[in-house]
Design a protein. Structure first.
Length: 497
């Protein structure tokens, strides 16, 4: 996986720094609470939401179980429609394929419709290294690019910026990338949107190469689908002569009919809309169909693995591959709301990033080993997920992997992971607890000793436990163990003093 975000400090350090930024916390709190409330209202309109959620989970699970068959079917359908399919095992291979395809056109610039997969592999940096300039066309992605920033949200990458900051970025940076911002630009949303529209219109009309991602790929027909709210995707998909789509292999669905489920759940879970303003679908090339029409003359589909088959091999963790990138989990997460997306050190922030990034990249780095702990395990993320990903279950599973190590699949090979550094005390404590629970007499003796000495217990834990009790109240030990109380009162029937 790309090292674009690797090298950042572990989540606790990054989150601590973010908590000191009052402007960031204010921006996040306002945005996430607004989106959360609108989503709840939109979802409540559907009496069969629970059934749609279950249908989405079932479709995704079925597809993942038969992914090999559906990927081959997709390749055949795309090829029959005039497209070319490329297979990329990792980020380096995907970047090499795209660079070579752009070079073959003789062009030195491309327009992009928002694609998290290209951010995951660091495609913009790879293109720039070869003298090819990539222009982001999604409004939020444009803000991030002009501000030399990083995305912090799946749906709204510039959620950490307010209107005043965006105005300043446009004023100072737009001229370096093309048409400058209008004189006297204010922070009025309409003026900011108009400045972006004028800036991007020149790019759309000039570009010969477009690069996209896709929300879904239909194996049955070879159709790719992009849903968006601004129309930039429609421009990137229809105007350029060459279109290159970089898509993770998990984005596939078996049939056209399956889209019916996700085109209901995705808009409501992400933007709280009944339907996306722009839903663009393309199958192969313009010349691959009878008659004239919109679309590219040349179409390339780059199917990206980059750790996905490793995640697929994990029976618990594979459910993360159901994700349809709606971002609902981010908007209800109390940790994300306070820490922001940059603290996760990945293009995938929030609860889904905390389980997806360590599976795609492994847990060898400090940041990836810390991500499974970036949660209070409150379960709000599972409750809102439109494909029922049990994120808390996967978080606990990955925490066990970090602390204990054990068998896993990395780069297609079965390996035995070593326990991560810094968890020796935790492992010792858990093993001691396991031994005590397996020996009732020892457990009872320990409980009685703890009750009789409770006056001498410290209010904070010493040593490694200090970090835990530094932000939590240490629960007081009761005067009598529960087992003794139960025996003395016959389960409460005799009355307790």
């Amino acid at each position: 996986m790309s090292g674009t975000f690797v090298g950042m400090p572990a989540f606790p350090k990054a989150a601590h720094d973010a908590l000191n930024n009052r402007t960031l916390r204010g921006n996040l709190r306002h945005a996430t609470h607004t989106i959360r409330a609108k989503r709840a209202k939109a979802v409540a309109e559907l009496p069969d939401w629970a059934e749609l959620r279950e249908a989405g989970r079932a479709v995704k699970d079925h597809t993942l179980r038969h992914l090999d068959r559906y990927l081959v079917q997709l390749e055949e359908a795309v090829t029959a429609a005039g497209g070319t399919v490329h297979w990329a095992a990792d980020a380096d291979e995907a970047n090499r394929i795209v660079v070579e395809l752009v070079r073959a056109t003789g062009e030195s610039e491309v327009v992009k419709v928002k694609s998290m997969a290209t951010q995951e592999i660091g495609l913009n940096e790879a293109l720039e290294a070869e003298g090819i300039r990539a222009y982001e066309t999604d409004l939020a992605e444009l803000i991030v690019q002009l501000g030399k920033d990083r995305p912090s949200h799946i749906l709204v990458p510039a959620i950490h910026r307010n209107r005043g900051e965006i105005r300043d970025i446009f004023r100072e940076e737009m001229s370096e990338w093309g048409r400058p911002a209008p004189e006297g630009l204010t922070d009025t949303p309409a003026e900011l949107a108009e400045a972006a529209r004028l800036h991007l219109r020149e790019k759309f009309l000039r570009a010969k190469v477009g690069i996209s991602g896709a929300n879904f790929m239909v194996a049955e027909t070879g159709t790719l689908v992009v849903v968006e709210s601004e129309g930039n995707g429609r421009m990137c998909l229809t105007l350029p002569e060459t279109l290159i789509s970089v898509v993770g292999i998990e984005k596939i669905v078996p049939t056209w009919r399956d889209l019916e489920v996700f085109l209901q759940t995705l808009p409501r879970s992400s933007t709280a809309e009944r339907m996306n303003p722009y839903t663009s679908m393309w199958t192969g090339t313009r010349d691959g169909h009878a008659g004239e029409g919109d679309g590219p003359q040349t179409f390339h589909l780059v199917l990206l693995d980059n750790g996905r088959t490793d995640a697929l091999a994990d029976q618990v963790g594979r459910q993360a591959l159901r994700c349809i990138r709606c971002s609902a989990c981010l908007n209800v997460c109390p940790v994300y709301e306070r820490a922001g997306g940059h603290a996760y050190g990945s293009v995938y922030p929030g609860p889904i990033g905390a389980i997806l990034s360590p599976q795609l990249r492994g847990t060898a780095s400090e940041i990836d080993a810390s991500l499974p702990y970036a949660s209070s395990l409150c379960g709000a993320c599972y409750e809102v997920c439109p494909v029922a990903i049990d994120i808390p279950e996967v978080l606990v599973h990955l925490r066990e992997r970090v602390v204990e190590g054990g068998p896993a699949v990395r780069e297609g090979n079965r390996v035995v992971l070593k326990p991560a550094k810094g968890h020796a005390a935790e492992r010792a404590a858990m093993r001691a607890a396991g031994w005590a629970f397996a020996h009732p007499a020892a457990l009872r003796a320990g409980q009685r000793l703890a009750s009789r000495t409770r006056r001498f217990h410290p209010r904070t834990l010493p040593g490694p436990g200090k970090a835990w009790s530094g932000s939590r109240d240490l629960p007081p030990v009761p005067a009598e163990p529960f087992r003794d109380w139960w025996q003395r009162t016959d389960g409460g029937k005799k009355g307790a003093k």
